[in-house]
Design a protein around this ligand. Structure first.
Ligand SMILES: C[S@@+](CC[C@H](N)C(=O)[O-])C[C@H]1O[C@@H](n2cnc3c(N)ncnc32)[C@H](O)[C@@H]1O
Length: 197
């Protein structure tokens, strides 16, 4: 997640690739550079920016893109009524400060197989990294960390279908047999649900 500026070209290129033909959303438009990269290949894009002056600049950049809806507001309010999405670039708000809460809200916006992208992570960061761990170990996601440059990384995560199947014998597990609780979010599967590079 970039600290208030625009996404880097490497991430924009990743976004264009992942967005092909998809219903996409972006939380945090800033000046519209990431949005433009997504819009070039997406079926549709809803992008939300809370800062009016930034949104004005983005609006000019995205003018004429008929597959883009640019909303000035808070993504927490604007995106849920328009969900589900097949690709969500989560690039504005409090994810790094509150990764579990923000990540869970973001996952709710995805359909099964829908992809979440978070950028500007620091590869090989020593010690506990709640932002990275909250995605790579999340039971509802299959996640992969990718280097975008020598100094930056992104996580691409896809929402799973029926995550309890990864923890149980698939022949015995049924949705009804599993009582879903908030504990599931805090107890990621020790294997199989995530990988880091
Ligand atoms: C890192 S920039 C976004 C860069 C942009 N995605 C790109 O690829 O060029 C983060 C933006 O998120 C906006 N933002 C922060 N909180 C937000 C919220 N709750 N809803 C919408 N936008 C938000 C900030 O104003 C800032 O412009």
């Amino acid at each position: 997640m970039t600290a208030g500026g625009s996404s880097i070209p490497e991430v924009q290129s990743l976004l264009s690739t992942l967005a092909v033909g998809k219903r996409c959303a972006e939380a945090g438009t800033a000046y519209g550079e990431g949005a433009l990269a997504i819009a070039k290949t997406a079926r549709s894009l809803v992008t939300v920016e809370i800062d009016e002056s930034r949104a004005e600049i983005a609006k000019a950049r995205l003018r004429g893109r008929r597959n883009v809806e640019l909303i000035v507001g808070d993504w927490h309010d604007a995106l849920p009524p328009r969900a589900p999405f097949e690709l969500l670039f989560l690039d504005g708000g409090a994810f790094k400060r509150a990764p579990s809460e923000e990540g869970s809200l973001a996952i709710e916006l995805l359909g099964v197989g829908g992809m979440l992208v978070i950028d500007h992570l620091t590869p090989g960061l020593a010690g506990h990294d709640p932002a990275r761990e909250s995605l790579l170990g999340h039971p509802e996601l299959v996640a992969r960390e990718l280097r975008t440059t020598l100094r930056t990384a992104a996580i691409v995560a896809a929402r799973r279908d029926r995550p309890w199947l990864s923890r149980r014998d698939p022949l015995r597990a049924t949705p009804r047999a599993h009582a879903w609780t908030s504990r599931d979010r805090r107890a990621p599967s020790p294997r199989g649900s995530a990988a880091s590079s």
